[in-house]
Design a protein around this ligand. Structure first.
Ligand code: FAD
Length: 376
């Protein structure tokens, strides 16, 4: 794969060096007919709610591995930062396979967020007797707060993650994407395609493909002119919009139909966990894993989302940067404005300052021309 060559052409940097193979990978040229981007009405009187959640972040990336405690096997599946919904099918499929390899019938799943529900569903469908234990269940988990765009982002620190992790993550990302495809436009699941723009003040290094490979982002265009909001650089493609209010509801129902049982329980210590009857335990406790399993590397990245009244005409999303990052995701139930990342911040209180930044920032973006050529 050679995204370097592809992007070199689009950026006008070295067409002569293209190989025939790389030429075949070129995405379609920028659309000839201008696309329309109706304005977001970012106004206080349109706010329906503002919510806060804590992304379970590990600088080295998610934890996906088996750990033995005497007779018990614990499969860890936590620490997915800002893209747990995105990666849920990928890491949960691997966690379910690891749990199956322990060769036991009864499996406990700790956690009722997207990771616990997906793991439980997969294990129940594979014939295990599954019991989900969690303090908070849908609709009261961090997963319910998520944006939730299918986008592998805010997952690890580049200077900390190992090459081994990056290789694993590449494959998991691809598996995760494949896991969502059967749900697109399935009635009641809240999963659909959206055309997404990611803009930047800096023209990005063309050697790097998008996470998991460019082919996961249909209709990919790299733009350095006629960009969204007039930024110097834009990656435009289609990705999946997942509405957690619908999606988690269905996932929980599917897990129950497959035979999973749900028990509301909080665990204070590792001994509490190991006292469970099941010999195999899949740990999907997100941030809770820090205390339960002594993981001192996991930390919160606080995020605040402001929901606005729906605008059915808005069929696009964006991630951009103007005095901090800002994103907008459209749902049937409303527009989601976000982009706050408070590393190490445990506060679940709504920040008025952040709310103002969201409304003012998105309103300012809406005032920019739909297309504008950035200054030379
Ligand atoms: C503002 C915001 C925006 C986001 N946007 C996106 C996005 O656009 N795309 C995306 O993919 N992701 C997004 N995320 C990230 C995503 O929400 C998380 O990565 C994901 O929810 C993690 O899922 P989880 O199942 O591991 O954890 P959680 O949803 O937190 O679930 C953990 C479960 O474990 C249980 N638990 C924990 N400790 C204990 C204990 N001691 N005893 C019993 N039960 C326990 C909890 O009660 C809960 O049921 C966003 C997050 C935030 C906050």
């Amino acid at each position: 794969m050679s995204p370097l060559n592809r992007r070199s052409v689009l950026l006008g940097l070295g067409a002569a060096t293209l190989t025939a193979c790389a030429t075949q990978r070129l995405p379609a040229a920028p659309a000839a007919a201008p696309q329309t981007f109706p304005k977001v009405l970012a106004r206080r009187e349109r706010i329906t709610r503002t919510v806060v959640g804590l992304r379970p972040f590990r600088p080295q990336g998610f934890r996906l591995e088996a750990e033995r405690f005497g007779e018990k096997t614990v499969i860890h599946n936590y620490g997915h930062g800002g893209c747990g919904v995105t990666l849920s099918w990928g890491t949960s499929q691997r966690a379910a396979t690891m749990a199956g390899e322990a060769g036991r019938f009864d499996v406990a799943v700790l956690g009722g967020g997207v990771m616990g529900l997906t793991s439980a569903l997969l294990l129940a469908r594979r014939g295990h007797a599954v019991t989900v234990y969690a303090e908070a269940m849908h609709p009261n988990t961090t997963s319910n707060i998520a944006g939730a765009l299918w986008l592998p982002a805010s997952l690890y620190d580049r200077d900390v993650a190992t090459q081994e992790f990056l290789d694993l993550n590449w494959h998991v990302t691809r598996e995760a994407h494949r896991g969502f495809l059967p749900y697109v436009n399935r009635p009641g699941y809240g999963v659909s395609w959206v055309r997404h723009s990611e803009t930047s003040n800096r023209v990005r290094d063309p050697r790097f493909a998008l996470p998991g490979g460019d082919d996961l982002y249909p209709d990919l265009q790299i733009l350095t002119a006629q960009t969204r909001f007039g930024f110097p650089y834009e990656e435009r493609y289609h990705t999946l919009m997942i509405d957690p209010d619908y999606y988690l509801d269905q996932l929980m129902r599917d897990a129950q139909l497959a035979g999973a049982r749900f028990i509301s329980q909080r665990f204070e210590t590792l001994d509490d966990v190991l006292a469970l009857a099941q010999p195999v335990i899949v740990n999907c406790t997100g941030l809770g894993a820090g205390k339960l399993f002594g993981d001192e590397t996991i930390m919160p990245i606080r995020g605040q989302l402001t929901h606005l009244l729906p605008q059915p005409e808005i069929d696009y999303s964006y991630t951009t940067y103007i005095d901090g990052s800002l994103y907008m995701f459209p749902r049937k139930t409303g527009l989601v404005l976000g982009g706050s990342h408070g590393r190490g911040n445990w506060s679940l209180d709504v920040s008025e300052e952040e709310l103002t930044r969201m409304i003012d920032g998105h309103a300012a973006l809406a005032e920019r021309a739909a297309f504008a050529t950035h200054p030379a």
